[in-house]
Design a protein around this ligand. Structure first.
Ligand code: ATP
Length: 322
């Protein structure tokens, strides 16, 4: 389900976006497509170009070539109109350590675009943002007393203070413990359902799998995959079977077993078993033959399997020049 009304409209779009640092190509010819209402997760191992891409979207790094549109306007040319509508969190958020979280947020808001005119509603927006990220009770403490997770939450509050249409977050889960990750996920889903498009980078597949509706995968600077998670995780037409009688099942299903891992079999059903992916039909056949079945169900690939199938192995790929 998409949260925003104008579902399908382009919120972030890049064409052949490329960034070179000397002989290193950090981002190569990326066509990104983030639609209104998406919760988009940009995955990639360390050094795959995520931060460089995010920074280019916000006009913080200049592209070597290619085009960027954010909220329908070319970037960085229209940064002054676009950025006030975007909440951003990149790297570890900067803050004055001796000042409180509240004061830091108020200063950030005042220094932002249109900061003076935003003054009237500032106190209410600061309170609301602190409350949203779970810092309501500690907003008056100096930031130097904050844990890493609290600082990350404060950074997120800074991204939310202007009630943006679009959130751009670089590794927002960094420094958060499992509770913090869960709170972050609930917060982002809630905001998304209220109409905010969310774009985030992460190297954690599980985080993206639980939070996002759309996924992009960077590998050595290239976008090697971009699709809706539901489409990627659609049933494959195969059936997963767990059986303590795996040897007999393999013999019975002669040629239909595509993969075996101990007691677990990946089976391609044939017409006699019912439709493709029909676990019930296959189950009936196994049980009829006197085999015990401990678990059976339609097969879906995990995000990890999908990502590994389109990327090289290991991490820290360095984009060599081409
Ligand atoms: P991480 O998760 O480690 O932050 P990342 O996916 O965000 O990684 P980037 O930080 O965008 O990746 O880096 C992509 C490539 O570009 C790397 O090879 C990196 O060394 C190189 N790179 C990034 N910034 C610069 C820079 N300012 N000067 C030179 N090379 C850079």
């Amino acid at each position: 389900m998409t949260g925003a009304g104008e579902s399908g409209a382009g919120v972030i779009r890049t064409r052949a976006l490329t960034k070179r640092y000397g002989s290193v190509t950090a981002v190569r010819s990326v066509d990104l497509e983030v639609r209104a209402g998406d919760r988009y997760g940009l995955l990639g191992p360390n050094g795959s170009g995520k931060t460089t891409l995010v920074r280019m979207l916000l006009g913080l790094v200049y592209a070597t070539s290619g085009e960027i549109e954010v909220l329908g306007r070319r970037m960085p040319r229209h940064a002054r109109e676009v950025l006030p509508q975007v909440g951003a969190l990149i790297e570890e958020p900067a803050a004055y350590p001796h000042l409180s979280g509240r004061t830091n947020l108020a200063l950030l808001d005042a220094a932002g675009p249109g900061g003076l005119s935003a003054r009237r509603t500032r106190k209410r927006r600061v309170d609301e943002a602190l409350e949203q990220v779970g810092l309501g009770g500690v907003g008056r403490r100096p930031v130097k007393a904050y844990s890493l997770g609290m600082r990350q939450r404060l950074g997120l509050a800074g991204a939310l203070i202007r009630r943006p249409k679009l959130l751009v977050l670089d590794e927002p889960g960094n420094g958060l413990d499992p509770h913090g990750i869960r709170d972050l996920r609930e917060l982002l889903i809630g905001l998304n359902e209220a109409g905010v498009t969310v774009f985030l980078s992460s190297h954690l597949m599980a985080e993206v799998e639980q939070l996002c509706t759309r996924v992009g995968v960077l590998d050595a600077g290239r976008l090697v995959l971009q699709d809706d998670l539901a489409a990627l995780r659609a049933p494959t037409g195969r059936v997963m079977v767990d059986t303590p009688d795996a040897d007999r099942a393999v013999a019975l299903l002669d040629g239909q077993v595509e993969r075996r891992d101990g007691d677990q079999l990946l089976v391609r059903p044939v017409v006699g078993d019912g439709a493709a992916g029909d676990a019930a039909g296959l189950n009936a056949r196994l049980v009829e033959a006197g085999l015990r079945v401990s678990a059976i169900g339609p097969h879906q690939r995990t995000l990890e399997e999908i990502v590994l199938s389109v990327t090289g192995t290991g991490s820290d790929h360095v984009g060599e020049s081409s």
